[in-house]
Design a protein around this ligand. Structure first.
Ligand code: ATP
Ligand code: MG
Length: 415
């Protein structure tokens, strides 16, 4: 992409009401726009990074047998009444609306009810199980707090997968596989070292659920961590029994703020029994389906990465989710410089490398500052100086490490 095609502008200051570092940086760099508290738009750069996160999650979900679908955001109260989750007294974050001819509607904050009811039409025999539908779908939640930027918004896309299994044993196998897939996802987006599979409250059907908590000062959660043993426990469930279960002592753990980037949850037969999702087993008996739910918020993941890797100059993206692999920065000079930069851009594009080309007619200082703020992993400088040297200057955003490279050298490093 040529910078002149990118309509977004960088800005010196974030809106004065924006307190979260992730949103401040993403707004200043032109990745997102703040619509109102807790509601943001994804602009072209933001959408590219978001889509890369989504792509990684999709690959890993497909790898463990997930099947993608897309459910509606508008929900009729019927199924929610059955599970006792319609009443505002029971669920405090509903956004509700009504039909013109009368009758209430809800904007879904999760999809257990709808999907369980829907699956009654598709699951009848043991042969239909197990199955793992998932989606990337917009949730609406009337969150009380909206002070963490993209990490906690009132409208957000969630990857939610639901598992339908014949037995708890079968469920447990998938639950573990999904946990492993989550580890790979957080590794791939760059949060591997920071993210802990954390013991959390299990609800009524299992002793624990697991949250994937990325350690960060910006986190709203508190976890107790043993970095040595790679064990983490959510503060909400920390007690002697949990410590004994996990074979750790309280003084081996340190208290850390953390961001819940994902979670996996055993639901047992809570929804299937209530909504009548059963199957005929091999003996011809009717049995409720065993379920689990598995969520990740791609924008929260993106915000977490923005937050933890940023430096004083701006964003710093890991290659896997950067909006572009490289940023060509042309320092305006002679026509030869422009020609050289254009040729480099074409060569990299032909080699299949995602590159943003700053072809604007602007001062070097401004271009470098923008390039730092945008956080694309590699900057390639084209100037009178590099032209004279016969090599391009290649600067790693994360480390500042600088090398001189030819076109073929660049293609080799970047592909
Ligand atoms: P939290 O405790 O942070 O409110 P949650 O328990 O409500 O999270 P789930 O309902 O299980 O989380 O949602 C699954 C995932 O969706 C979370 O792990 C998180 O990554 C993401 N998520 C949840 N709420 C939000 C939100 N308000 N904005 C952005 N992402 C969210
Ligand atoms: Mg929540």
């Amino acid at each position: 992409m040529r910078h002149t095609e990118l309509f977004t502008k960088t800005r010196r200051d974030a809106p004065s009401d924006e307190v979260a570092k992730n949103a401040q940086l993403l707004i200043r760099a032109g990745y997102i726009h703040k619509e109102m508290a807790g509601v943001y738009d994804l602009l072209p750069l933001g959408l590219r990074t978001f889509n890369k996160v989504v792509g990684i999650i999709r690959e890993e979900m497909n790898n463990i047998g997930g099947t993608e679908l897309h459910l509606s955001a508008l929900q009729s109260p019927e199924n929610w009444r059955k599970t006792d989750r319609w009443d505002d007294e029971k669920v405090d974050n509903w956004f509700k609306t009504s039909l013109r001819q009368g009758g209430e509607l809800g904007l879904g904050f999760t999809h257990e009810e709808t999907l369980t009811a829907l699956m009654r039409e598709h699951i009848s025999s043991w042969r239909d199980l197990p199955t793992y539908p998932y989606q990337f779908q917009t949730k609406f939640r009337n969150e009380a707090r909206a002070k963490s930027g993209l990490m906690r918004t009132r409208e957000f896309v969630m990857k939610d997968l639901y598992s339908f299994s014949r037995s708890t044993q079968e469920h447990d196998v998938f639950y573990a596989a999904c946990g492993d897939a989550y580890e790979r996802i957080f590794q791939r987006v760059g949060l591997g070292v920071l993210t802990y599979k954390t013991f959390a409250s299990g609800g009524s059907f299992s002793k624990y659920s697991h949250e994937f908590q990325a350690l960060s000062a910006a986190g709203e959660d508190t976890v107790y961590v043993s970095k040595e043993k790679k064990i983490a426990i959510n503060k909400e469930v920390l007690n002697d029994e949990v410590l004994a279960d996990l074979g750790v002592t309280r003084d081996e753990l340190t208290e850390e703020p953390a961001i819940e980037v994902g979670n996996i949850f055993s639901l047992g037969t809570r929804f299937s029994e209530t909504l009548g999702l059963t199957y005929k087993n091999e003996d011809g008996e009717s049995v409720p389906v065993v379920m689990g739910s598995y969520g990740i918020g791609p924008a929260r993941v993106m915000a977490t990465v923005a937050e933890v890797f940023a430096d004083e100059k701006g964003l710093v993206w890991p290659v896997a989710i950067a909006p572009f692999r490289a940023h060509i920065v042309e320092i305006p000079g002679s026509e030869d410089v422009k020609k050289e930069a254009e040729e480099l851009y074409s060569s990299l594009m032909e080699a299949g490398i995602d590159v943003l080309y700053d072809n604007r007619d602007a001062r070097a200082g401004e271009k470098f500052a923008d390039s730092d703020l945008l956080g694309i992993p590699v900057r390639i400088v084209v100037s009178e100086k590099t032209l004279a040297a016969g090599k391009f200057e290649c600067v790693e955003r994360a480390t500042g490490h600088t090398t001189q490279k030819s076109v073929s050298g660049l293609i080799q490093t970047l592909s």
